[in-house]
Design a protein around this ligand. Sequence first.
Ligand SMILES: [Zn+2]
Length: 179
Amino acid sequence: MRYIIILIQIFIFSLFIFSVNANEIDDFSKQAGFIVEDLKGNFSLSNVELKFADVRDGSAEAKRYPFRGYVIVLDYSELENASDFELRGMMAHELGHLETYSRMSWLGLAGYALHYEFSSKFRKEVERETDMIVIQHGFGEELLAFREYRLRTGSEKDKKILGDYYLSLEEIKKLTENA
Ligand SMILES: [Zn+2]
């Protein structure tokens, strides 16, 4: 009997944990939704959908699909502790990717995606150019804040990827001052 009571307690406790977590994701999803609605016009985009999933390399990913349109995939576990300002930097970077995709034909985009997947030199060009687009659109401070967040909270692998492919903090600061 004692064990059954303990099992029931564990069950109730796990329900509680699950519902707290679901509420947090819900709040985060609303916050991210406000940010994307606020920023998308700056990148000449009208419809952008948000989706939550694990992202293999990093914390977010921008995609364009033939029917679904523009989608930004967010990894909640990597982003949950970011401030509003930091999240704006993340979102601006992803919207920068989508703005680039929006100017391409489907064939062009397919070639671009393959090139990105298989050439680390090209990947570096793409990520650095996307950071520059963010700065040109006036979100350099937000981008800097987001990169500082990622360098503070990311894994060693995340930090290496940031160092290999993206603008450095110093570069972002300099370009933002001159923008
Ligand atoms: Zn990117």
